[in-house]
Design a protein around this ligand. Structure first.
Ligand SMILES: [Zn+2]
Length: 358
């Protein structure tokens, strides 16, 4: 039984999001989440998902959403981030069915100071739900990991109650993930804070599961955002098993992995680390840094190889009257970036074992 026997192609929401993650958990694979900044990037990821026969998660960060709407827009009240996230969501909803894969439409890290962005997206979700019976997004992330645990849980619970009414999944973060993401810099945090404790996971699980089963937790296990020199931080995905064991004991269940876990800061990870994380209940892994570089590679190589065809509109090594339109048309050189990014996405599907799951 493939995933398309359980949920339809296109953007899924409500119970279907649970079904997709539950299917991944039961079949021991994780779904990569690619960050979207333009329609071209979204298309490259969707094309890769279609070719790998995998479900896919497309996500907008606060900065990526503002970029989607246009860097020329003011964003002092998160208005560009709200407009861009909403626009990207409508765009992805429109084209996703054509690619024939289930798509989870998600918004990435939202720290406390960015909550106005979250509020704007949630208002758009509620409006969309009133019209169609479905929220605009499948899922949102709240990242209050910089706040004390009690406050983190309290704010998440408030939002989760509202989100549960319209069937939106919540991803939350606990513990500190190193590195820098959207202006929050944790590069100097002491190492012990980089590993979440099982008791913390249980406190979250207990509070959230009273409201809805539709949530996941990004726990810190030495993860780092962005790519750093290997060896600087020790990734310990085996620690995730402690969380599952602890929650299983509390629930007195025999479910192997009762908690849906998310892997942040996974760029540059070893394959074995990924497999261990997936075996311990990771059902989503963020991939951004590596796909950014891959998108550049195709464009970079095209520009370098075709340099003599790109300096003027007319005239190249084949003759002074030869036109260069076939080289400078953005559909040609941007497409090269889409191709190399798409290839990198396919590697992510294979690494997470989500290929051939339709
Ligand atoms: Zn994170």
């Amino acid at each position: 039984m493939g995933i398309l026997d359980i949920v339809p192609a296109g953007v899924v929401s409500g119970k279907d999001v649970y079904k997709v993650f539950d299917y991944a958990r039961e079949n021991h694979f994780a779904i990569p989440a690619f960050n979207v900044t333009t329609s071209s990037v979204a298309n490259a990821a969707l094309e890769a998902a279609r070719d790998s026969k995998s479900p896919v998660i497309l996500q907008l960060s606060q900065g990526g959403a503002a970029y989607f709407a246009g860097k020329g827009l003011a964003n002092d009240k998160q208005q560009a981030s709200i407009a861009g996230a909403t626009a990207a969501a409508h765009y992805i909803r429109s084209v996703a069915p054509s690619y024939g894969v289930p798509v989870i439409l998600h918004s990435d890290h939202c720290a406390k100071k960015l909550l106005p962005w979250f509020d704007g997206m949630l208002a758009a979700d509620e409006e969309h739900f009133a019209k169609t019976g479905e929220p605009l997004f499948s899922s949102h992330m709240l990242d209050l990991s910089e706040e004390p645990k009690e406050e983190n849980i309290k704010i998440c619970v408030e939002y989760l109650k509202r989100m549960a009414k319209i069937g939106i999944w919540l991803e939350m973060e606990i513990g500190i993930t190193g590195g820098e993401e959207d202006g929050v810099n944790n590069e100097h945090v002491h190492n012990s804070a980089l590993y979440t404790q099982p008791e913390d996971i249980w406190d979250i699980y207990k509070a959230f599961s009273e409201i809805t089963p539709n949530f996941s937790i990004a726990a810190a296990f030495g993860n780092v955002h962005g790519v750093y020199k290997p060896g600087n931080v020790v990734l310990r995905p085996e620690l995730l098993k402690m969380h599952q064991d602890y929650v299983r004991d509390q629930l007195k269940t025999n479910k192997e992995n009762p908690v849906f876990l998310v892997f942040h800061g996974g760029s540059g990870s070893e394959k074995q680390e990924i497999y261990t994380a997936v075996d311990n209940g990771v059902i989503k892994m963020n991939v951004d840094t590596d796909t950014q570089f891959a998108y550049l590679e195709g464009i970079r190589d095209f520009i370098l190889n075709k340099k003599d065809y790109l300096m003027t509109q007319v005239g190249n090594p084949e003759g002074p009257d030869k036109p260069n339109k076939k080289q400078y048309d953005p559909r040609v050189w941007v497409r090269e970036g889409e191709k190399t990014m798409s290839k990198r996405c396919q590697i992510a599907f294979d690494d997470l074992k989500s290929s051939n799951k339709l």
